[in-house]
Design a protein around this ligand. Structure first.
Ligand code: NAD
Length: 342
């Protein structure tokens, strides 16, 4: 399968490397608007300069591609996606689906109208610790999930668009965690409530810290606390998680998954404690492909065989919907009924 990659700086590196390592997918062209990035990447990856175009329209006129990989910042996702789908080319796009919900809806509408596949790269779903948690929850050993606590604290200095955008934590990062919540629970939210703020030391223009409560259709309640301008004891990118379940607890702490089962209640009268087995480390699942490599393979299979991927734009708008419902709650100070469940 021959692809054009749009956006080759930043995260574009991860996709260039993933495609270069694939035996099924290869490059037929690139699109990049920044001359310095073109210069640097052409040298780094030994790319023929005549294969790097200044716009997707120009690339589409010049080379024959089977698909497009979009690694531009969120505000360009609609433009790139619509152009590709109008040309009949399936799109594998970086998250978030788009920078606004109306842009995201336009992408979903175009995919529905044209029948062209548009898939989002929610790579966090395909990390080993995440798949290990999913297997532990789905095994049934701990029963139904009643509540989830998520803690995410990091202090990255990105520069660029993240330091200028509103709600950088929630829009650019928490989309991964919100998508993971839907993935873990197999359920969609009914309402959200949140508060955001920007600590005095923040190097972001938009609010970089937030606390959110999400109620899900299956009855689970999720407490999400995060910051992108933390000043110590950072969590992993996957975040730390605690799942309170009817027959025990599953935790993901520093990318290790633990389980503890409820055995019953102590014998006797008066105050009695629960009895548990030992907290046990769950061995990591074995994955043939992970993250970007998993997604690229899933995209390739979908294009070749028509098999539907998990993270189509039609599914992903439900994860992005959480982001914008949360933002609405920040702005209004009110509980927001989910746009996903309407
Ligand atoms: N899944 C992940 O883990 C992950 C991690 C980082 C970034 N991302 C996502 O990847 C996307 C890109 O982020 P980034 O950090 O690489 O940003 P970036 O600004 O570092 O790089 C984007 C590149 O795209 C180029 N570009 C911008 N507009 C363009 C256009 N219209 N046509 C062609 N090229 C264009 C820029 O010149 C730049 O080289 C974002 O949507 C971001 O959220 C995902």
């Amino acid at each position: 399968m021959k692809v054009i990659q749009v956006g080759i700086g930043g995260m574009g590196n991860a996709w260039i490397n993933t495609v270069l390592q694939s035996s099924d997918v290869s490059f037929v062209g690139f699109v990049e608007v920044n001359d310095a990035v073109i210069q640097e990447q052409a040298v780094r990856y030994d790319i023929d300069r005549s294969r790097i175009f200044k716009s997707l329209a120009e690339a589409l006129r010049s080379v024959r591609a089977d698909a497009v990989i979009n690694v531009t910042p969120p505000q360009f996702h609609k433009e790139v996606s619509l152009l590709a789908m109008d040309a009949g080319l399936p799109v594998l796009s970086e998250k978030p689906l788009a920078g606004t919900l109306s842009d995201a809806q336009a992408i979903v509408n175009k995919s529905n109208e044209t029948g062209v596949l548009h898939m989002i790269t929610q790579n966090y779903r395909y990390h080993v610790p995440i798949q290990t948690v999913k297997q532990a929850l789905d095994s049934g050993a701990v029963g139904k999930v009643g509540a989830v606590t998520v803690e995410f604290f990091k202090g990255p200095h990105f520069g660029g668009f993240r330091e200028e955008m509103p709600y950088p934590l929630i829009i650019d990062m928490s989309i991964h965690h919100f998508d993971l919540i839907r993935f873990f629970l197999g359920s969609d939210p009914v309402s959200v409530y949140g508060r955001s703020w920007n600590p005095p030391w923040s190097w972001y223009k938009g609010d970089a810290s937030a606390s959110v409560s999400l109620a899900f259709a299956n009855g689970a309640v999720v407490a999400y606390n995060g910051s992108w301008c933390s000043n110590g004891k950072e969590t992993p990118w996957n975040a730390n998680w605690r799942f309170e379940c009817e027959k025990g607890v599953v935790t993901l702490v520093n990318d290790e998954v633990y389980v503890q089962h409820l055995l019953g209640v102590e014998e006797g009268t008066g105050f009695r404690s629960n009895r548990y087995d030992d907290l046990t480390l769950i061995p990591p699942v074995v994955m043939e492909r992970q993250a970007q490599a998993y997604l690229l393979h899933e995209f390739y299979e979908a294009v070749k065989t028509g098999k539907k991927p998990a993270t189509t734009c039609q599914d992903n708008i439900k994860s992005l919907g959480i982001v914008f419902d949360v933002v609405q709650s920040f702005a209004t100070g009110e509980v927001v009924q989910s746009s996903v469940s309407k």
